[in-house]
Design a protein around this ligand. Structure first.
Ligand code: NAP
Ligand code: MG
Length: 449
């Protein structure tokens, strides 16, 4: 058994079982058994079951959101959005079963057609930073494409995933089609990698663990999707609407207390407007509301754990300025801004995964692109400019999977999401995700007599 701790109160909020290797194997065997019938369910029926699952998630939006506030310290506003995202992703992929059609390709002497075949059992490994959305991005397209799913939530944040597993059964998904297995990464997660009946691993988390998972999957040439770390740049040009860029910059990095793989944790500001921009930013950071996440007004809650708090604090030596955070119990840290003295600073280079923004100035467009790309990561980023041509050039020049121009938003369930370089492999969401949960099979039918 494992105690789940609230990061707001430091009190135990629930105790959940830690699945053993034997229990994991048994669940994988059941998922494999269920695959035979699930793949054969008529497309329209599979679609209807996923829509019913989505409807139940919607009905339980407030319950799921409150559970996430208690377990993860997410702000109530974010948590409602997150539960809504699971609903939307399920509804979006519920449109897939009847549309997952192959092709007919002209050949001599017969007919050639392709099929999208499901893979089998898919293992989804979820981190603690966005327990609901990241679970849904894996299980919804996997189920829609005809796979069965075993899902391991992060040990710190299993409660909403467990609830989603119950709602799936209530919606009528057959036993074994979607199983949530709380437990340790080193036990349940590793077993997804080594068990031969798990045909694909869909992992979100640290780059370090992601590399080990990829290496482990290579043993069986197991399919893998990786969504890993980031150190994304927010680039502000002198010709931008500085007030808008400054107003958006705190949310772009401090949302979810900075525990976001898309966090714009490196701010690049053009030298000619540096002082003016930093004045506006300081005002916005000081107004950013870090408080009890159950309050409707909260913009940021605590960090997930004592360990994460001490890891994040170790990066902050001399802050330029900071906002405020509550005292007392809870893993609180005020939103903090630091100036980089060079691109070698540890806080400039490493993914901190906390409410810390590193700032550096740049001279011109080429300099901005070079600095933005001077990282092993490439997940997201923002470009603020009033010049359309510049916006296009820089968006094409920055090496990242998801960029926004004059905006900080990176996630829409119907557009592709994922990283380049060491930020990951493969794409989730959008129309292409289904291909990552299917194999193309080609069949030639001879018409020779
Ligand atoms: P992590 O270790 O990569 O954990 C992510 C998930 O992988 C969790 O469910 C974890 O289980 C599981 N896991 C751990 N070791 C495993 C293994 N050997 N085989 C299979 N699964 C395994 O991430 P973390 O330790 O929680 O966080 C560390 C750092 O990673 C953060 O500070 C941040 O920099 C980065 N991170 C990035 C993201 C992202 O969205 N890109 C998300 C989370 C963390 P347990 O819960 O049992 O450990
Ligand atoms: Mg870890």
């Amino acid at each position: 058994m494992h105690d789940v701790i609230s990061p707001v109160t430091e009190q135990v909020v629930a105790t959940v079982p830690s699945s053993s290797v034997e229990e994991t194997d048994a669940a994988i065997a059941r998922a494999h058994e269920a695959f035979r019938t699930w793949r054969a369910v008529a497309p329209g029926d599979r679609a209807r079951l996923l829509r019913r699952f989505a409807a139940l998630v919607d009905e339980h939006n407030e319950e799921l959101a409150q559970l996430e506030v208690r377990n993860s310290g997410h702000t109530i506003g974010n948590a409602r959005w997150e539960a809504g995202n699971v609903r939307d992703v399920l509804n979006y992929y519920a449109g897939a079963p009847e549309r997952l059609s192959g092709r007919q390709i002209p050949v001599a002497g017969g007919m050639d057609v392709t099929f999208y075949e499901p893979l089998g059992v898919v293992g989804v490994i979820v981190p603690w930073n966005f327990p609901m959305p990241i679970a849904g991005w894996g299980f919804a397209p996997a189920l829609a494409a005809g796979n069965t799913v075993v899902l391991k939530p992060a040990e710190l944040t299993p409660l909403t995933a467990i609830r989603l597993g119950e709602l799936a059964l209530d919606a009528g998904l057959p036993e074994g089609v979607f199983t949530v297995l709380p437990g340790k990464g080193s036990v349940v997660g590793e077993r997804f990698v080594t068990h031969p009946l798990v045909r694909k691993v869909c992992f979100t988390g640290s780059t370090e663990v992601g590399k080990r998972i990829m290496a482990g999957c290579a043993e069986q040439v197991k399919r893998v999707t990786l969504e890993l770390g980031g150190k994304s740049a927010n680039i502000v040009f002198a010709d931008a609407d500085l007030a808008r860029a400054a107003a958006g910059a705190p949310g772009a990095v401090f949302d979810n207390a900075g525990q976001d793989c898309c966090a714009r944790s490196r701010l690049l500001v053009q030298s000619s407007v540096y002082d003016r921009f930093m004045g506006l930013l300081e005002e916005a950071v000081k107004a950013f509301r870090c408080e009890d996440p159950a309050l409707e007004s909260a913009q940021m809650g605590p960090l997930i754990s004592a360990g994460q708090l001490s890891s994040v604090r170790s990066y902050v030596d001399q802050p330029l300025f900071a906002g405020s955070a509550p005292d007392g119990p809870g893993y609180w840290m005020a939103p903090t801004v630091i100036e980089a003295s060079s691109v070698q600073d540890r806080h400039w280079r490493e993914e901190i995964f906390g409410p810390v923004l590193s700032v550096l100035r740049f001279d011109d467009e080429a300099d901005a692109i070079r600095l933005a790309n001077d990282t092993e990561y490439g997940l997201s980023g923002s470009i603020w400019t009033g010049d359309l041509g510049r916006g296009i050039r820089v968006a094409r020049g920055v090496e990242a999977g998801n960029l926004s121009v004059n905006s900080n938003s990176s996630v829409r369930y119907w557009t592709p999401f994922g990283g380049v370089k060491q930020s990951g492999l493969g794409r989730e969401l959008g129309p292409d995700a289904l291909a990552a949960f299917s194999e193309v099979k080609n069949v030639f039918f001879s018409t020779e007599v």
